[in-house]
Structure formats: C-alpha cells, structure tokens
Design a protein around this ligand. Structure first.
Ligand code: HEM
Length: 225
C-alpha cells in the first residue's frame, strides 16, 4: 500500500502538477519566474552557499539522469573497478559539497535579519526538502556503498516502467527505507517545483555559472536619470 502510494501515486501526481502548473505560472505571471535574488541584501555567505550547492548538486543530478538514459554505457563504465571507485568517490565529494552549501544557505537565512521578511514558507519548505534529499543521498553514498551500481538494477528499471506508463513499484519494494525516502523526496521536489523559486532551474539554468544572477544598477542623481 505504502509502496503503491510512494512509487505510483506520488510520481504521477508530481508529474501532473509539474506539467500543468509550470506553464500556467509561466503564462499567467512571468515576473515571478525567478529565484528572487537576495544578493543585494547579503552576498558574502550567499557566495559560499550558492556556489557550493550548485557546483555540488548539478553534476550529481546529471549523473542520476545518465543512469536512466544510458544504463548500458553506465554499466560498462562501472564494470571497471577503478572507474567505479573514482566515480563513487567523486559523487560523494560532490554530495558533501552540496550538503555544505545547503546548510550554509539555511543558516544564512536564519542569522541574517534582512532576509526574514523576504523568506516565505515556500522557501523554508524547499530548503528543508533539499537538505533532506542531499542528506539521504550522502548517507547512501557513505553507508550503502556502490549505489551507482545497485541503482541500475532497482531505480533505473523502475523509472523506465514509469516512463512507459506501466509502473512497476516492485523494483523499489525491497530496497532500504532511506532509499525509498530519497526517491519520494525527489517526487515531492518535482511536485513543489512550479510553486517555489526552484522554478528558476527551467530558465537558462547554466547562466549563473558565468554571470551573477542579477546585475543591480543604481541610478544616482548625478547620472542624470
Ligand atoms: C531532486 C532529485 C535528487 C537529488 C537532488 C539527489 C541528490 C543526491 C545526492 C546529493 C546524492 C549523494 C551523492 C553521492 O554520494 O554519490 C545522491 C545519491 C544517490 N541518489 Fe539521489 N537525488 C535525487 C533523486 C534521486 C532519485 C529519484 C533516485 C532514485 C530513485 C536517487 C538515487 C540515488 C542513489 C542510489 C544514490 C547513491 C549513489 C551512490 O552511492 O553512489 N536520487 N542523490
């Protein structure tokens, strides 16, 4: 029953919300389609939090997708023991980097008085979910070793069944609880995406790597308006 909810109802509900609410928000209120930068209120801690978070989590999530869309290639890469150890270690390092960034972003909002009034309940829920997601991922990386391999025989066929609209929750029914929670957390994040500032990831997501998110220009009286 719980498995059916977590691995059939939840993913399709999340997908439906994502598919319908995202375009609705885009066309009804485009100006809210952003991460609402708080850079001008506090920038030092943001630098450490945001960079560690993004540089850590993006490669890890891309690697998750690689397993889904190219499982055979991933399988043959990981068949080499040295490659497996190298990639798992890199994944764990990046995961820890992302976890550090996420914690910094949370602490920043807790300790910077200016940020209180611009932090919504949605921001807190999103940050808590991302922390949960990253912490459970890092936990698996540390204590349920070689996840990149067992993932190919559990989550990957399960995802393929979801994409073919023939969900087979059985692939996920015997995995450890922390893995179930990690997968369910991902569905919740997808469901919340169109309602929160996470929606910015659909909007030229890699531009922030070369530019600051927003350039603020002050118009001084001298500049003549
Ligand atoms: C919002 C989506 C997700 C985020 C942000 C995320 C994040 C992470 C992070 C930070 C790690 C630690 C990296 C490492 O130790 O290698 C991780 C590991 C892992 N994640 Fe996710 N994850 C997401 C979705 C999923 C989903 C949907 C699944 C499968 C159902 C999944 C399966 C795994 C597995 C098996 C590991 C362990 C990898 C290993 O031991 O090498 N993740 N995840």
């Amino acid at each position: 029953m719980l498995n059916t909810f977590l691995f059939v109802v939840l993913p399709y509900a999340a997908l439906a919300l994502f598919a319908f609410v995202t375009p609705y928000r885009y066309f009804s209120n485009r100006l809210t389609w952003s991460a609402y930068s708080t850079q001008f209120l506090e920038r030092k801690t943001l630098y450490w939090g945001s960079n560690s978070w993004h540089y850590g989590v993006i490669p890890v999530v891309v690697a998750h997708f690689f397993g889904i869309f190219a499982p055979d290639a991933m399988q043959s890469i990981l068949a080499n023991r040295q490659a497996l150890i190298l990639l798992e270690s890199a994944g764990l390092g990046l995961g820890l980097f992302a976890l550090f960034g996420c914690l910094v972003l949370i602490v920043r909002r807790l300790v910077t008085p200016f940020l209180g009034p611009v932090t919504t309940a949605g921001d807190w829920i999103l940050l808590a979910l991302l922390l949960f997601q990253t912490a459970t991922g890092v936990y698996m990386g540390m204590f349920l070793r070689w996840g990149s391999q067992w993932y190919l025989h559990t989550a990957v066929p399960y995802f393929h069944s979801l994409l073919l609209f023939h969900p087979q929750a059985e692939y996920m029914s015997d995995v450890p609880m922390v893995f179930k929670l990690h997968a369910a957390g991902a569905f919740l994040i997808v469901a919340l995406l169109p309602f929160t500032k996470l929606v910015h990831l659909l909007y030229v997501p890699f531009d922030f790597l070369k530019d600051p998110p927003i350039l603020y220009r002050w118009r001084s009286p001298k500049a003549g308006g």
